[in-house]
Ligand binder design. Structure first.
Ligand SMILES: [Zn+2]
Length: 269
């Protein structure tokens, strides 16, 4: 069983606009090729012709039972209608979590303005995911995406379930401390490469991830995710395979932790 907790259906490079359904078909075809049973699709903090809204993604995946939605929320632009929509989707179980983009947008995770959204996540018991570390675009401001800032949030909201995306790369040591210290914090390993891992980078990351597990203990906090289509699924599974971990620990990372955290009913897959 494999669950990918971090995929996108935005068009990052395309000149032409690809339809939402074509993007979803491409995702599920790639999942099938790589024996991935379930993926979470994360919507963006921006909505435009290349980046569908949460509503569009929720409607487009209905009937596809191997996909779930995590709603991207803009720190700068949400209004009361967005909050109402999110609370309705949470109530009806149509979204599995919330995603924030510090770094891409200038705010720290523990900003008081987001309290209302965190309270909703606690009430409906869904995780909140945070972009962390390097930004794909040079226009990002990376002091905001440093994983150390997640510690404030984790301490102030002990009932909030938090995911640090991209293990804080390149601040993986800081991420491992935040995860080790706070029971309510998880991390996903997505987006560590553009495309495929080179042999050299794979060796480097293998060491980093193994070090994290040595320090923070049994990987009950670690989640498998790719950031597809930015990172390649096949290359990611090869990376997972070469980690020197017992099979049962790999299973925690590959699907068990994700199934628990996002309440994914694997008996239906
Ligand atoms: Zn991503």
């Amino acid at each position: 069983m494999i669950i990918d907790v971090h995929t996108h259906i935005n068009n990052y490079h395309e000149e032409r606009v690809v339809s939402l359904n074509d993007c979803l078909d491409k995702l599920t075809d790639t999942m099938l090729e790589n024996k991935v049973d379930y993926s979470l699709v994360l919507s963006s903090y921006k909505v435009n012709e290349h980046r569908p809204s949460t509503k569009q993604v929720v409607e487009a995946i209905s009937g596809r039972n191997n996909l779930g939605v995590v709603a991207g929320i803009s720190y700068l632009n949400y209004n009361y209608r967005d909050l109402k929509e999110i609370s309705e989707y949470l109530e009806s179980g149509l979204i599995k979590g919330l995603k924030f983009y510090p770094g891409y947008e200038p705010f720290y995770p523990n900003d008081i303005r987001l309290k209302v959204v965190y309270d909703m996540a606690i009430e409906f018991d869904v995780p909140v995911m945070f972009h962390s570390g390097d930004t794909y675009a040079p226009t990002g401001k990376i002091k905001y995406s440093h994983p150390l800032h997640i510690d404030d949030l984790a301490v102030d909201y002990p009932d909030l379930k938090i995911v640090i995306c991209h293990v804080g790369n390149p601040w993986i040591k800081d991420c491992m401390e935040v995860v080790y210290k706070n029971q309510n914090v998880h991390a996903d390993i997505s987006g560590l490469v553009l495309g495929d891992f080179s042999d050299k980078f794979e060796r480097y990351m293998k060491k980093e991830i193994e070090e994290m597990i040595t320090y923070a203990g049994d990987p009950k906090y670690l989640l498998y995710g790719t950031d597809w289509p930015i990172s390649n699924m096949k290359s990611y599974l090869k990376f997972m395979n070469q980690l020197e971990l017992p099979e049962e620990k790999k299973e925690l990372i590959l699907w068990k932790n994700a199934a628990d955290l996002f309440k994914i009913d694997v008996s239906k897959l």
